[in-house]
Write a protein that binds this ligand. Structure first.
Ligand code: NAD
Length: 699
């Protein structure tokens, strides 16, 4: 079966794409399209042409595995040239989603028809590039400037009904091909309307739209290279004739393509997809149906977790021991939904539908029939064990018993039940109804069926599930601890919190470590450190200022003061000289000489040890692949996607550079450096073998 087929009906040549699974516009399909166009153009019985797809999607766009090079001729713009300059009219029958090159293909056709509810888009900006096959020149010729810009700069899929000027007709799916052929017959002898023939010129209104879009990009896409380039390309459509505009688009495309950002964002595209793969689990492993869920604890996390299930239409039994806590938890959930309704994201009816998914209880027996229970009670082993022992007694056989613990030993929790094979960690990130990441923690005895079901469940509730193993803090929090420790140590050595936060913000994270700590609550880290004295007792400098702040009741934003001060009702951190004084005093007690610290040193000392810990995690097999760590950091901690995640960032700047700087700080920071800057054996091995994290396969 060929990837491009054609048949001739009613003097119309219907060319259909069938490159499974999504009609990626790979070389084979490009060759096929040109050949089919030539057949149609050279056949005197053909008066018009229809291009459509035999698959559910019209086309998902470029085959991005081709981005790494090779013989790619003919390139997509050449194919689109043949279509647009066809002497016989071409109708695109856009039967399903048309994205990127797929939409550009449709734009090069002379007419478009589509089906009700269909979506199209130009998502290239998410790969750090811009539409490079005429999209930035043709779309503004077919749509109002504001809509074209919005689609190109946001990369978001747009409903066909929102962009009616792009389509001749929007019909129901069953009649699409018939309508497309009828249209082709109808226009066969009419002048051909080509997007490239539309004359555009810059005017005040368009200038205004462009500058508003630029302002929006500056505010919302801080640090990203591609969005401004998208705007430049669209601007060229208004300032240059079509052919020159295409040339300019090509230049801007190449400028994007050659950036580390494009490499990083394309890496991340694959990383996200790779995270779902479970190579060690047999393909025919069954999954369990999850039709109802129990949540233990209606606090910060329990409430947020439950909302994900309500949003997915899965009923929840919510358990607290005290009725007052249950009422409080449910009222917070209602308030969250009502706030969404105020912002126009939900209707009043939808709020009620979501709330109707909840049943509150204080009785464990009400969990006897649920398919999955997620525990989100206090982070204390004895409490967790009590809960799991009770669940073991009341839950039906085959129910999955999950813990949302951030740091505790999942194997120990599992062993408190008679069914450790059914116990798994489902580690959500706060706010749990918003953050996309779900660390799925596999215990020693967790069954493949439970793992596979959990990965599938992540998709159902619109999360990105990443499988990790058991260790302190799993992947995300184990690495973040290193980063937080280093930020605190830098404060002792003379850096101010705002200086450290500014460096990290400039690097691209949404906030620095001190702002993040205040927001999460400094008490959380404090209690974790208290429970890990064995690990840190030999080092009195370890977060000593943070400990003093917590003891003084300065636990962060919720107390109005932590490392920073906060005015009532405000989340804006205000630097506090008192904290600098505490750091000075503590430094002097510990014999640490304070000094000026450069931005470069702050960045290296916060990020490189985090990467080094990532290497340890990888070599221990706690993460399946380095790209999984990247997914965890982008979706769980706001690591800038344009750097690809910490491991990709390391690969990009070179592992030898990370190793050299780790050794430098190991040698220059005294005992502290000697202990905490020990290079990971894996990092050393990879540097020796001139390998990258991406090329390393966990053994
Ligand atoms: P929280 O204090 O806001 O909520 C805990 C809730 O559990 C309270 O409402 C409490 O009444 C209830 N509870 C306590 N013991 C119970 C029991 N035996 N039976 C039923 N209910 C009980 O705490 P949280 O921040 O939601 O954290 C819950 C869990 O989630 C912890 O294990 C924590 O480590 C983990 N976690 C927290 C975050 C975060 O950022 N807050 C992130 C990821 C994971």
């Amino acid at each position: 079966m060929s990837v491009v087929n054609h048949v001739i009906e009613h003097n119309v040549c219907v060319i259909s794409m069938a490159n499974k699974p999504v009609n990626a516009l790979s070389k084979q399909i490009r060759v096929g399209l040109i050949e089919a166009m030539h057949v149609a153009l050279n056949n005197d019985n053909v008066n018009a042409i229809v291009i459509t797809s035999e698959l559910a999607l019209f086309s998902a766009g470029a085959d991005i595995t081709e981005f790494s090079g090779g013989d790619l001729s003919p390139m997509l713009p050449e194919v689109l040239d043949v279509i647009e300059n066809s002497t016989k009219p071409v109708v695109a029958a856009v039967n399903g989603g048309a994205f990127g090159g797929g939409l550009e293909l449709a734009l090069s056709c002379h007419y478009r028809v589509t089906v009700e509810g269909n979506k199209v888009g130009l998502p290239e900006v998410h790969l750090g590039i811009l539409p490079g096959a005429g999209g930035t020149q043709r779309l503004p010729r077919l749509l109002p400037a504001a809509q074209a810009l919005q689609m190109i700069v946001s990369g978001a899929p747009t409903k066909a009904s929102h962009i009616p000027s792009l389509f001749e007709k929007v019909v129901d799916a069953s009649s699409l091909l018939k309508v497309a052929i009828e249209l082709a017959v109808d226009v066969a002898s009419k002048p051909i309307p080509r997007a490239s023939d539309v004359k555009l010129s810059m005017n005040k209104e368009t200038e205004e739209v462009i500058s508003q879009t630029q302002a929006m990009v500056d505010a919302k896409s801080r640090g990203f290279f591609a969005p401004s380039h998208c705007i430049k390309a669209v601007k060229a459509a208004f300032e240059l004739p079509f052919a020159e505009g295409l040339k300019r688009e090509g230049e801007l495309f190449m400028e994007c393509m050659n950036t580390p950002q494009a490499r990083a964002q394309q890496h991340f595209f694959f990383a996200e997809r790779a995270a779902g793969a479970l190579p060690t689990i047999a393909k025919d492993t069954a999954t369990r149906d999850i039709k109802s869920v129990g949540i233990i604890g209606a606090g910060t996390m329990g409430g947020g977790i439950a909302m994900n299930f309500a949003n997915a239409g899965i009923p929840i039994v919510m358990l607290e021991l005290e009725q007052a806590n249950l009422d409080k938890g449910l009222s917070v959930i209602r308030r969250n939904y009502e706030n969404s309704a105020k912002k126009g994201k939900l209707s009043a009816e939808q709020v009620e539908q979501r709330m109707a998914m909840f049943t509150g209880t204080t009785e464990y027996s009400d969990l006897s029939d649920v398919d999955l229970v997620i525990e989100a009670v206090f982070e204390k082993m004895s409490v967790k064990k009590d809960v799991f022992q009770t669940l073991d007694k009341v839950c039906k056989p085959g129910a999955i018993l999950a813990s949302n613990t951030s740091t505790l030993d999942l194997n120990e929790i599992a062993q408190s039940t008679s069914r450790p094979q059914d116990v798994i960690g489902l580690h959500f990130f706060s706010p749990a109804n918003v953050m996309k990441l779900l660390e799925i923690v596999k215990g020693e005895e967790t069954s493949d069926e439970v793992i596979k079901t959990s990965m599938k469940l992540a998709k159902t509730i619109k999360k990105v599930g990443v499988l990790v193993g058991v260790c302190f803090g799993f992947v995300g929090n184990r690495m973040i601890e290193v980063y937080g420790r280093e930020a605190n140590r830098l404060m002792l050595e003379g850096a101010t919190p705002e200086q450290v936060d500014a460096v990290i913000y400039k690097f691209g994270l949404p906030m620095g470590p001190f702002t993040m700590g205040d927001m999460a609550g400094l008490d959380i880290g404090y209690f974790v450190r208290q429970s890990r004295q064995e690990f840190i007792k030999h080092d009195p400098s370890y977060c000593t200022v943070a400990d003093e702040l917590v003891v003084a009741g300065r636990v962060g934003l919720k107390a109005g003061k932590g490392v920073y001060l906060y005015e009532s009702g405000s989340r804006k951190p205000i630097p506090d000289a008192e904290v600098i004084d505490i750091a000075k005093r503590r430094a002097s007690e510990l014999g640490i000489e304070q000094r000026e610290i450069s931005e470069q040193e702050i960045l290296e000392r916060c990020i490189y040890p985090l990467i080094n810990e990532g290497a340890n995690i990888l070599s221990e097999g706690i993460a399946q692949r380095s790209s999984d760590i990247d997914v965890i950091y982008v979706y769980g901690y706001g690591f800038p996607v344009y750097r690809g995640g910490p491991m990709k960032y390391a690969d990009e700047i070179g592992l030898s550079q990370i190793l050299e700087r780790m050794k430098h700080y190991q040698a220059t920071l005294g005992e502290y450096g000697e202990h905490w800057f020990t290079p990971s054996p894996l990092l050393q091995e990879l540097v020796k073998n001139e390998q990258t994290f991406a090329s390393y396969q966990a053994k």
